[in-house]
Design a protein around this ligand. Sequence first.
Ligand SMILES: C[S@@+](CC[C@H](N)C(=O)[O-])C[C@H]1O[C@@H](n2cnc3c(N)ncnc32)[C@H](O)[C@@H]1O
Length: 863
Amino acid sequence: MAIQKKNAKARLDKYYYLAKEKGYRARAAFKLIQLNKKYSFLQQSKCLIDLCAAPGSWLQVAAETMPAKSLIVGVDLSPIKPIPKTITFQDDITTERCRATIRGHLKTWKADTVIHDGAPNVGTAWVQDAFSQNDLVLASLKLATEFLAPGGNFVTKVFRSKDSAKLEWIFKQLFGRVEQTKPPSSRNVSAETFYVCRGYKAPKHMDPRFLDSKYAFAEVEEAAVNMEARVFNPEKKKRKRDGYEEGDYTQFKEVPASEFVQTPDPIKMLGSVNKLHFRQEDAGGDIALAALDRLPETTEEVRICCQDLKVLGRKEFKLLLRWRLKARDTFGLRQKKTEDTGAKSVTTTAKGAVDDMIAEAGAKEGEAGEEVAVLESMDDEMRMQEEIRAMQDSQSKLKRKERRRDNERKQKEITRMQMNMTVSSEIGLDAGGPMGDEGTFRLRDVDKAGIGRQITRGRMYSEAEKPKEVEESEEEEEDEELDGLERELDAMYEKYQEGKEDRDAKARAKRIRMEANGDNDDEFEGFDGEDKGAETDASSDAGIVEDESGDETDEEEAELLNQLAPKENLKKGELSGRAASFFQQDIFADIGGIEEEPDYEDVDLARDSGVDVNSGSSASPPLKAAEEVDIEEDSADEEAEAEESDIEEVVEAEEEADWEEGTEKPTTETEGRPNIDIITAEAMTLAHALASGKITRHQMEDDNFTKYSHRDVDGLPDWFLDDEGKHSRPARPISAAAAAAIKEKTRALNARPIKKVREAKARKILRTARRIEKLKKKSEGLAEGDETERDKANSISALMAKAKKGGGKKKGKQEVKVVRAGGQNKGAGRPKGVKGKYKMVDSRLKKDVRAEKRLAKKTKGKR
Ligand SMILES: C[S@@+](CC[C@H](N)C(=O)[O-])C[C@H]1O[C@@H](n2cnc3c(N)ncnc32)[C@H](O)[C@@H]1O
């Protein structure tokens, strides 16, 4: 009684008092609180079913944690006192009636979460308790599958037993994520544990047997307990998560040592019992045991080992097995195996020492006579085999390593030779000379490897292009896997780019431009002044921005705009308006008129690198070279790039619009040269350096032979190239003057009116020009007429005045309505029915005006 009292008190732990303090009906409330703290399923649920809910502490927690206006239904065999915000009823959760009642409460709703804390009336045998509890879990799961929404949660209590693994397997079939946990408030002494199953898969069809305890918990042939592992790997302890084995409820087991000698399965015995004893228990005594006890082989060491089998190591188990074999020999229990079988055991059991020992001990021998006789020789032989295998392995590894190193060395030599860093005599000295069998540079080998062409083209030999003969099967497999990953990565990158283009118009415009410009990863083909296409390509590659003025489509307007700076009016050697304004920039202030003959090399270079040169002119070469500068390079900073994209976007949009109208594509060329403008400080620095003769073609060529000039981009993924394009590019020098010039240019560009305004202004000028033209013609006609000079002059000045006004009535100019004051219009305010501007006149004023007009007419007629 005293003990009972003590136990009862121990049960009243802190959660019991906490539950009292907080007003929860049971300490179980904290289990749900702690589970929810870890997995937060209550906050996300709008509809919950609590199975086995009495007295209702879980319902209380759910009601206070779930969102307002949630639907909470609780059911239990026992009555539940009403809880605010919840619906409760009394029923057995395994019945159809209970399901129907829940259905009635839920109506069209589906449950987000089903919780189950059921415990059948326990108190019978532990195994029985566990089974009925798990049966209840299965019933609750069955109910949950009927009401759970897809993606819903199921939280349940499970008693750890041999069936809990089966339950876990079932949970995993129905839910995406299944976790087992034991909240701190669950007593350690209790075998209960909780499963939190999330992401209900909501299968359309389910075999009813799946949730039937008869099938779910049916005894499947248990995999034989691996006693060998227990005996030969005693250091690896496995936790007993499955509870007690069926029919085996004692913790400590001991058997007479004679049983161990007689048993056909000594390994199993060593793995399952705790002790082998030599105690005589039967009144008559065990003769075998007594004889065993007196055997000289039963040494003190053997006796100590028999005391506690659970603490033995591999060596001690081996000792016991040998002792057993000797004892069996003595008792005549063992028949020697034929030489043949022995030999077979040696060759077939190559799985390591554990297997050897199993063979030694004749594990699972059917009868007592099937044991292997030669223990020691087997051990030695196996050990030898093992050693040989290990040596072979390490040798082949070494060979492979050496081969790889050799290949790497050869590759380095090839690269060095390509870069003129080595002379041919240096190469292959150790490889029997160039003509030797292992000559590094035997062309046949090189060709076989498929890199001959690349070498002759001057391309670097890359790591990725290893000769086939040195490829190993492992590497091939690895490559295949990597290829697959790369393809996946490429697809993901493409998807990302598409998404980016959808969101970002600039990215879209950039892609369109890239497509329009064609593939820009063409190899560097060298400078070629004749190749216009290449020139354009190169300039577009470098991000050249076309001049907006090239987009004008209205012929007349374009004409008019061009008239403002007519080129044909330029004298020989004189700069065009655009060129003149370009060279008015401060940066070119130091360049005076240069008299020397043009340096045609520089001129060529300028053209090749995107600077368009009019070589037919006699202007000073640097000036001419830079007169129509078409250099462009990628802007180094993000700002410039953004700016560039902006401009390009406008250009694209305009181009598309023009094409839609069916007009010709606007020319982006002037006299065969692209209309390109400098927009970056780097380009401006280069232009200045070229124009001022600070650098020559050769210098520029040298400067451009960098690590960036011969990049091999073949086979590189897009994402990598895009990233390289952004971050790994040559840092070109920028002079302060060039930066200032570009800044000034950008400022001027920003200050410039938008295209629409410029067009409107141009239209206005055009209209005026047309009127003047008309006027000219009219006045010519008048001059030829018979009228007096005075009349002619009057008519011309009237025409002039009219033209000045803008050619008659201005469209949209509102007329002022004259309204007679008095009558119904008498009084203040707008007269009825009059819209817009109006003027009130009285009858007197009206009469006076009419009289004046009459008089003026009369006088005119008399003249
Ligand atoms: C541990 S209590 C539940 C405590 C509850 N979660 C709480 O917080 O108050 C277990 C409950 O399971 C109920 N139960 C057992 N078998 C049941 C069944 N077949 N149908 C409904 N309820 C059952 C018992 O009546 C008992 O009230």
